[in-house]
Design a protein around this ligand. Structure first.
Ligand code: GLU
Length: 276
């Protein structure tokens, strides 16, 4: 009798050990268990996607991604954040480095050749950030001026095509580098989405130094990028985004992340409806 009991206990322990091993695999595609999901975000954009010195993440894109991950079956501690810079996004999805990307990623026809998008979940507009006393009030004022943007962004493309083809455009790999250049006088203006620029302008170290021109130079429909052909994930993410808006989590995320920067965002877009 006693012997039988011991055997039953060791069998249970053995079963536990076996199932723990089975769950501990490195697969990041399943749901639940010990699996992780890899999500691409920006690491240097305050208010949207920011990795803080203590390693924690903040921003609207981070909150949207966390909500979507929850709907896909992943808890916050199962998320592995991966930095996806503007020029790396399409390749990161094609290689399968991440399951999806929420990184101020505008839906464009050109990008749709290479990746699929869920959303949109935010409408932003290209703008200029200049020194407080600067006299730059329209896009054409930039011709002949030193302007900074980021490689692989719609912002840099728009400058060259339409906004100010004769501007002296410097392209960095991340917006934080452009902002440093604006502060030390290396460039006259930084251009990208107003949502991003407002976040930088509101940082303690830049308080009172910069202003947004408020020009609405383009419509940027932020989407969530997924690997080309993964329509099942696009559908699931669209459902999650709709739920995030209807249960007011979207409003809460806007208030938490854009409130401090005093960024006046557009209302929540409808899934599948792009503003051109
Ligand atoms: N939303 C624009 C884009 O996707 C500019 C911001 C960015 O570079 O992430 O290119």
């Amino acid at each position: 009798m006693k012997l039988r009991k011991v055997t039953a206990v060791s069998a249970a322990v053995l079963a536990l050990a076996v199932s723990a091993t089975a769950c501990g695999g490195s697969s990041d595609s399943g749901k639940g268990g010990g699996d992780k999901i890899k999500i691409g975000v920006k690491f240097d954009q305050p208010g949207l996607g920011l990795k803080k010195p203590d390693g924690s993440m903040s921003g609207f894109d981070v909150d949207v991604a966390t909500y979507v991950a929850k709907e896909l079956g992943y808890k916050p501690d199962q998320i592995q954040w991966v930095e996806t810079k503007s020029a790396d996004r399409e390749n990161a999805l094609a290689r399968g480095d991440v399951k999806f990307i929420a990184a101020s990623y505008s839906i464009t026809d050109e990008r749709k050749q290479k990746v699929d998008f869920a959303g949109p979940y935010l409408l932003a507009h290209q703008d200029l950030l200049v020194k407080k006393d600067a006299n730059i009030t329209q896009g054409a004022d930039l011709n002949g001026k030193k302007l900074c943007s980021v490689t692989g962004s719609t912002s840099a493309q728009n400058v060259q095509k339409t906004i100010a083809p004769k501007a002296n455009l410097k392209e960095n790999s991340a917006y934080s580098e452009c902002i440093a250049g604006l502060q030390n006088g290396a460039v006259d203006a930084v251009t990208t989405d107003d949502s991003i620029l407002a976040g930088f302008a509101a940082q303690d170290k830049y308080q009172g130094q910069f202003k947004l021109a408020g020009l609405k130079l383009s419509n940027e429909n932020y989407g969530i990028g997924v690997k080309k052909g993964d329509s099942a994930t696009v559908d699931k993410i669209n459902k999650a985004l709709e739920k995030m808006v209807s249960d007011k989590s979207w409003d809460k995320a806007v208030e938490t992340n854009f409130g401090p920067a005093n960024y006046k965002n557009e209302p929540a877009p409808k899934i599948g409806q792009l503003v051109s």
